[in-house]
Design a protein around this ligand. Structure first.
Ligand SMILES: Nc1ncnc2c1ncn2[C@@H]1O[C@H](COP(=O)(O)OP(=O)(O)O)[C@@H](O)[C@H]1O
Ligand SMILES: [Mg+2]
Length: 330
């Protein structure tokens, strides 16, 4: 039996821009197993947010899903009714964002918002909902839960607000939590605490987490498996050890080389030359080829397919495509 909770195949979505319609993600395949943390990593503009919003069917009005299959608990989420999808969003898949203030309503106390969340899908009296809200606040490490119930979001720090938005996400016992850059807006120490909290709840609730980040430090800390995205495509996917020890894609190699080290104090930091292309000006062939230190002619002409590089890793790179390499040699 497969251990997959969610299996995304060939997911594509396009956006309307001033220059026309362009794909923002193309042919994305992703799998999340039960109880696993999958990190999606890539520079800003790689399509990470579009991929997660497409999965939730929450992409902005200018965008449209153009192909794909999203299998979750035996059903294709792209084929079910809107009403059912919104139930899944409330109950089985929850989401937290970079700015916790966005998820919280400034005019209600934190307590009221969590109580609301608790009572959406479960009929219960106010007092049991209140007690459950306090329990949730304890679970996410809020020091004085009762006091916090009466506080308004603006009275709390960013870290506390993120804890509250996590409490709200947990209120329905989701099977999957999607966290889009949940610590990017926080101080480093608070960032570490929130990451610890996510690990704790994954363990306690045997939840799966899709953690989106541009920070490889977060990936190293959190991931079981990693998908590296670039310009709307998954370029490499594998288990976290294999990604860090034996990165196969020149893009992944560049990202890893760009991680600052203590002992490099006086040396110049490495960075990958150039920037992520905009959706209206995707290069031909491999999308990374204009920035790739290893690009060959074929890389600029034909798009590589995803191939199995080794037991633990798949990669979309001509360097790894044995069929081509054998053809070249022969
Ligand atoms: N509403 C939109 N309209 C047009 N283009 C968009 C819109 N949202 C995202 N994009 C484009 O899609 C690409 C992927 O964006 P995004 O998923 O936000 O990247 P990431 O989350 O990896 O930083 C970018 O080129 C971005 O400009
Ligand atoms: Mg994003």
């Amino acid at each position: 039996m497969s251990n997959a909770l969610l299996k995304i195949s060939n997911l594509s979505a396009e956006f309307k821009t001033e220059k026309g319609l362009f794909p923002a993600i193309s042919g994305v395949d992703l799998t999340i197993n039960k109880g696993e943390i999958l990190c999606i990593v890539g520079e800003s503009g790689s399509g990470k947010t579009v991929a997660s919003l497409s999965l939730m069917q929450l992409i902005p009005a200018a965008g449209k899903i153009t192909s794909g299959e999203i299998m979750f608990e035996g059903r294709d989420l792209l084929k079910i009714k809107k009403k059912e999808m919104s139930r899944i969003r409330g109950k089985s898949i929850a989401m937290i964002f970079q700015d916790p203030m966005m998820a919280l309503d400034p005019v209600y106390t934190c307590g009221n918002q969590i109580i609301e969340a608790v009572r959406i899908y479960e009929q219960m009296s106010y007092s049991s909902a209140f007690n459950k809200a306090v329990e949730l606040l304890k679970q996410v490490g809020i020091p004085h839960p009762e006091r916090c119930m009466n506080a308004y979001p603006h009275e709390l720090s960013g870290g506390m607000c993120q804890r509250i938005s996590i409490a709200m996400a947990l209120s329905c016992n989701p099977k999957l939590l999607i966290a889009d850059e949940p610590t990017t807006a926080l101080d480093v120490t608070v960032q570490a605490q929130i990451l610890e909290l996510l690990k704790k709840i994954r363990k306690e609730m045997n939840m799966s987490i899709m953690l989106i980040t541009h920070d490889l430090g977060v990936v190293a800390e959190m991931a079981d498996r990693v998908a590296v995205m670039y310009a709307g495509k998954v370029m490499e996917e594998g288990d976290v050890r294999s990604i860090f020890r034996y990165p196969q894609h020149p893009y992944t190699q560049g990202l890893i080389k760009s991680i600052p080290h203590m002992d490099q104090k006086n040396k110049k930091l490495y960075s990958i030359d150039g920037t992520v292309p905009s959706i209206s000006s995707m290069p031909n062939g491999c999308r990374f080829s204009p920035r790739c230190p290893d690009a060959a002619d074929i890389c600029e002409q034909k798009e590589p397919a995803m191939v199995q590089a080794n037991e633990n890793c798949k990669v979309r790179c001509w360097k790894q495509d044995h069929e081509w390499r054998e053809g070249e040699a022969g």
